[in-house]
Structures are given as C-alpha cells and as structure tokens.
Design a protein around this ligand. Structure first.
Ligand code: FAD
Ligand code: DHB
Length: 383
C-alpha cells in the first residue's frame, strides 16, 4: 500500500492533520492502535485556546463546538482563603478560551473523516517506522509514504524509530499527580478555579451544565481505586472551601490518576518522519496546553506539506521543528511556572511563602496578570 502522508495515531494531532490535508487535496492514511470506541471516550483535556477553536472552524469541524462549547472570559486563582478572578479577555486583547472536551473534538474529527472517506484504520497498531525510506510497518503489512507523521503520543513507537544520538531529550518528572473525576452534578461556579492549598492543589472545571470535571493533587503512583468517592469529595471540599460558597456533589462517573512531567525531544523531525504533539513533547496539565500544542503542531506541518506538494519548495518543512519548538518551549515554561506556583511542592515553609507571594502578585498587578492571561489564552506571537 502507498500514500502521500502516513499518519500514526488518531488522537487530536493525527486527526487534525488528516483533516487539514484532506481539505487541501493531499492523500493520507491514519493508522490507530485502539478501537474507535476507546479513542472517543478517553477523557483528557477540556480547555481550547482561541487559536485551536479558529483552526477547527476553518477545518469545518466546529458545528457542534460552536453550539455546545462554553466560552469563558476569566479564571479564578484561589489561595489563603481568597478567590481572585483573572479577567482573561480584558487582559489578553479580547481573546478567551472555550470549554469543550477533548473527547468531543476527537468525535467530531472522526465523524468528519469517516463521512468523507479517506482511510482511518482502527485496531491497526504500528510496530515500527523507517524514517529514511518512509515506510510504516503495521499489523496488516507495510505502508509506503512520502512523509510519516508520528502522532502516536508519548508512549508511541515513532520517536524510537529515530536513530540513537539524533535526539536530545529534556525532561522533568514531578513528584505528584492529578486524581481527576467526572461527576454528574452542575458546576458550583461558572468559571475554572485553580486552588493553592496547604494540603495540595485542586482544580474545579466542567464539561457542561450537568457535568463537572474536578482534580486534586495526589501521589503519582496512587491508584484511583484507593480513593473512595467520599474521600475525593472531602478533599475537594476542604481544598476549595470559601466562606459563603458551597461545592455541590453528585455521582462520580469516572476517575483516574495522571502523572505529571515536562518532556521535549529535539529536533521534531528526522528524514521523512515528523513528530507531532505528545510524541515529541509533554507538559504538566496545569496550563491546559497539551491538546492545544498538538493541534498547533498539526497546523504547522499541514501548512508546510501544502506548500511542498504545491511546488513551493521545502523551506517550511525544513523549519517545521524550529518553528514548533519555539511555541513548545513557551508552553513548557508557562506550564512549569503554573505547576510550581500552584502545587504543594514540599513541607518547606519558605517555598510556600514564595508561592503565596507570587500568587498575590499575579492577582494584584495588572502587568503580572496580563502575562498569565496572554499565555493562558495562547500567544498570537507564537502562532
Ligand atoms: P494522543 O492523544 O496521545 O494520541 C495518540 C494516539 O496514537 C492515540 O490514539 C494512541 O492510541 C495512538 N497510538 C499510540 N501508539 C500507537 C501505535 N503504535 N500505532 C498506532 N497508534 C498508536 N492536557 C490538558 O491540557 N489537560 C488535561 O487535563 C490533560 N489530561 C491528560 C490526561 C492523560 C491521562 C494524558 C495521557 C494526557 C492528558 N493531557 C491533558 C494531555 C492531552 O490530552 C494531550 O496533550 C493530547 O492528547 C495530545 O494529543 P496527541 O494526538 O499528540 O496524542
Ligand atoms: C482541564 C484540564 C486542565 O489541565 C486544565 O488546566 C484546566 C481544565 C479540564 O480537564 O477541564
């Protein structure tokens, strides 16, 4: 079998890339290890930057997003018994975020691809890739391609297809994780709340008017099964408590623990292989950047391929890695900063005082709040 672009992985990166190429008349085949059902129900991120929303609109996969997505023009930071609103849109040139689950983005992209026809093969694990020859070895045989897009996430096989010595890896692992729940209860507040508390971080988010998405800082190797529903609600209640406000509770539909790491592999290209999204980089989720970075990489690669197939040379393909890495490192820095400002890092009282001082600064200085806001909604200068 032969195609122009072989895409490994049907997550946000692979599906977005496939959609953009399809609209430009470029052939692709998407190979995905898991079932459609599994991919569509894997609960992960929920915050879309303005740039991500704009791209999904241009790609004509935003009808449901435009109906069901919830626009937020601010977030709250809570610490020391106070809750402060950061007015994102006021500070960041009227740009805001949209709450729409990654599951829904993925469902919309899959539905669009299946309707228009280019191949999307589920339950087809890729075993290895040959970046020099442009060959993908998968369970059903071989796929020859002009270009391979490694969109197979952090644990995929594409990155390890790059010969030893080519990649430089930068990595930090955090000594904590997030226990995340999806609960069948109306959100108790209409915007996100990021909370710093002596017992650890907590985040109040949502998916819809009836579904809340909440997180608490936990040990990274804890199992979600070790947490009873009562223990989760108790921890959320204590960490987000505020005079005159109440956290509503409801049945927990899903729970899971995610480890936290920062990771970048440079460069993001070797031979005919281009790494896209989590296959090349991971951010801790505190800045809500993972999904947005994956979509931005896909756009950068699609634009470069459209140029190349259009006979406009390979300058953009050559600068793919450099262009993406500028944006990636900005998001790495922002996510690291948010993570270390908001989580319980140790029992060290000095460190805690510094965190509280930083939080007070960010919520009282317009300049500091603007810096948070423009990074959170996505920097246009990094597009
Ligand atoms: P993925 O979504 O990982 O997609 C990769 C795809 O490749 C998958 O479908 C996988 O099945 C497939 N694949 C893997 N190996 C192979 C193979 N050998 N052959 C074929 N297919 C293969 N970000 C946030 O901003 N907020 C969050 O709350 C948040 N929570 C997260 C929770 C978890 C558990 C994880 C893992 C990530 C979370 N993220 C979060 C990050 C965000 O979800 C990712 O950045 C985003 O999914 C990246 O998209 P991607 O397409 O690059 O990779
Ligand atoms: C969500 C996830 C995040 O990582 C974040 O920073 C904000 C919200 C969410 O899943 O809703």
């Amino acid at each position: 079998m032969r195609t122009q672009v072989g895409i490994v992985g049907a997550g946000p990166a692979g599906l977005t890339l496939g959609r953009l190429l399809e609209r430009a008349g470029i052939e692709s085949v998407v190979l995905e290890d898991r079932t459609r059902e599994y991919v569509e129900h894997r609960i992960r991120a929920g915050v879309l930057e303005q740039g991500t929303v704009d791209l999904l609109r241009e790609a004509k996969v935003a009808d449901r997003l435009d109906h069901e997505g919830i626009v937020h023009s601010g977030i709250h930071l809570q610490f020391d018994g106070e809750r402060h609103r950061v007015p994102l849109a006021d500070l960041a040139g009227d740009r805001s975020i949209v709450i729409y689950g990654q599951t829904e983005v993925v469902k919309d992209l899959i539905a669009a691809r299946l309707e228009s026809g280019p191949p999307l093969l589920f339950e087809t694990p890729v075993e290895s890739v040959d970046p020099e020859r442009g060959v993908i070895h998968h369970a059903g045989g071989e796929l020859e391609c002009d270009v391979i897009a490694g969109c197979d996430g952090f644990h995929g096989v594409c990155r390890s297809g790059i010969p030893e010595g080519v990649l430089t890896v930068f990595e930090r692992e955090f000594p904590f994780g997030w226990l995340g729940i999806l609960a069948q209860v109306a959100p108790s507040i209409d915007e996100l709340v990021y909370t710093h508390h002596p017992r650890g971080f907590a985040l109040l988010s949502l998916r819809s008017a009836e579904l809340s998405r909440y997180y608490v800082q936990c040990d990274p190797d804890e199992s979600a099964d070790d947490w009873s529903d009562d223990a989760i609600w108790e921890e959320l209640r204590v960490r987000t408590a505020l005079d005159g406000w109440r956290l509503e509770e409801g049945p927990i539909l899903e729970k899971g623990v995610t480890g936290m790491r920062s990771f970048v592999a440079e460069p993001m290209q070797h031979g005919r292989l281009y790494l896209v999204g989590d296959a090349a980089h991971i951010v801790p989720p505190t800045g809500a950047k993972g999904l947005n970075l994956a979509v931005a990489d896909a756009r950068t690669l699609a634009e470069a391929l459209i140029d190349w197939y259009g006979g406009n040379g390979d300058d953009h393909l050559r600068s793919y890695s450099q262009k993406c890495l500028r944006r990636v490192w900005r998001a790495e820095q922002f996510s690291y900063w948010m993570t270390t400002m908001l989580h319980k890092l140790s029992d060290d009282a000095f460190e805690q005082r510094l965190q509280l001082s930083q939080l007070r600064y960010v919520t009282s200085s317009r300049a500091a709040a603007t810096s948070l806001a423009e990074n959170y909604v996505g920097l246009t200068t990094m597009a």
